[in-house]
Design a protein around this ligand. Structure first.
Ligand SMILES: *Cc1c(COP(=O)(O)O)cnc(C)c1O
Length: 372
């Protein structure tokens, strides 16, 4: 008997705008590059996804090995987790909502606020996830370009606000450009009364936060993550800092068991070891400055000062895709950009000192080809 599904055209059944949607381009897993690159997979230097080169805290490894009633569901109310985050963040547990990565908090916020056709203001170039999740959640994207130094054009953002604007999204520091928006500029946006989402994924590297203002501005929402500073990208744990009222709604609409027990155990252990983790953050910051000093020596590169754990570079000669390809052949992975508004550049994550050394060495080798 033939299956009835063979007569159904799935494309006619799914939402038409999703059939045409340009997806999110996640980075390549190194294991897929076996045979493609000139080095063994184990020696690939992965500086393309802003991951922590030092890994997670050893206390996390230990806690995961020792704990876990894995047959039980985790606590849907996130009671202990929110309490621990309260101590770390310094805002009340009732203002904190955790999720399976901060990207999921973003998605929940979009679901909470957006009706079909509502507008989201996005300060481009920025983290592509904002575009992607806004469109999936039936929002209209309103792109407001940043200036030549990638600073947010506050006047233009305010001018773009309409009756339909439900959210302004701001990565601070911005990804992929690494620069901060000033507190005064953020306050000016908050005064408009429009919900403002400030993504502080790199807070531990930048040291700048507006989280304490959540008590004062009901329209402020802040995103944080354990993916970068705590080296837990693979376990997926992020959180939002929002007004208690918004927190209540987010807790209501989220998937009940969205934070795994493993992720909760990892957070507890990582927070116990925060001094150790912050020492590594300091090492990454020092290495970022050394990498910047090396990059400015190339006359065909323009690196931008960064407050995160990566550096963005524009090329004045050659093509970013060629540089990326040649680096990849040598086993070094970086992220390149060749679509407007980022024409010709790459983003490199800050690795260990030996990663910087090898990366700079290969760039010097490439230099002759590029100048030739
Ligand atoms: C890496 C990153 C995140 C982290 O997302 P998770 O889902 O928590 O891993 C969020 N925002 C920005 C801008 C990032 O670069």
């Amino acid at each position: 008997m033939s299956s009835p599904t063979r007569f159904v055209s799935i494309e006619k059944l799914i939402r038409p705008e999703l059939a045409a949607l340009g997806g999110y381009s996640a980075h390549k897993a190194p294991e897929t590059l076996s045979g493609v690159v000139e080095v063994p997979v184990e020696s690939i230097i992965k500086i393309d996804a802003n991951e922590n080169p030092y890994g997670c805290s050893p206390l996390v490894q230990q806690a995961l090995a020792e704990n876990g009633d894995w047959n039980k569901y985790p606590d849907a109310g996130q009671t202990m987790l929110r309490q621990q985050l309260q101590e770390y963040v310094g805002v009340d547990a009732g203002s904190i909502v955790a999720a399976n990565g901060s990207g999921e908090v973003l998605d929940e916020i979009l679901r909470l606020f957006l009706e079909s056709g509502d507008e989201v203001i996005n300060c481009v170039p920025t983290f592509d996830l904002y575009r992607f999740r806004t469109l999936i959640n039936r929002g209209n994207l309103v792109n407001v370009p940043r200036d030549g130094n990638f600073d947010v054009d506050i006047k233009a953002v305010k001018a773009a606000i309409t009756q339909k604007t439900k959210l302004i999204i701001l990565a601070n520091p911005n990804n992929p450009t690494g620069n901060l928006t000033t507190r005064e500029d953020i306050l000016e946006l908050l005064e408009t009364g429009v919900p403002l989402l400030v993504d502080e994924a790199y807070y531990e590297f930048s040291g700048e936060t507006v989280a304490p203002l959540v008590g004062e501005y009901a329209n402020l929402m802040v995103l944080r993550t354990f993916s970068k500073w705590a080296g837990l990208a693979g376990l997926r744990i992020g959180y939002g800092i929002v007004s208690p009222e918004i927190a209540g709604y987010l807790m209501k609409i989220k998937l009940p068991y969205n934070v795994s027990m493993a992720a909760s155990i990892a957070v507890q252990a990582a927070l116990k070891d925060s001094d150790y983790l912050m020492d590594r953050v300091k090492a990454i910051i020092a290495e970022r400055e050394r990498l910047f000093g090396e990059l400015v020596k190339f006359d065909w590169l323009k690196p931008f000062p960064s407050r995160a754990n990566f550096i963005f570079c524009l090329l004045s000669k050659g093509k970013a895709v060629d540089v990326q390809q040649r680096l990849q052949n040598k086993g070094i992975l970086v992220r390149y950009f060749d679509q407007p508004p980022l024409q010709n550049g790459f983003r490199v994550s800050v690795g260990k000192p030996e990663h910087t050394d090898r990366f700079i060495q290969v760039l010097r080798e490439l230099e002759e080809e590029i100048n030739g």
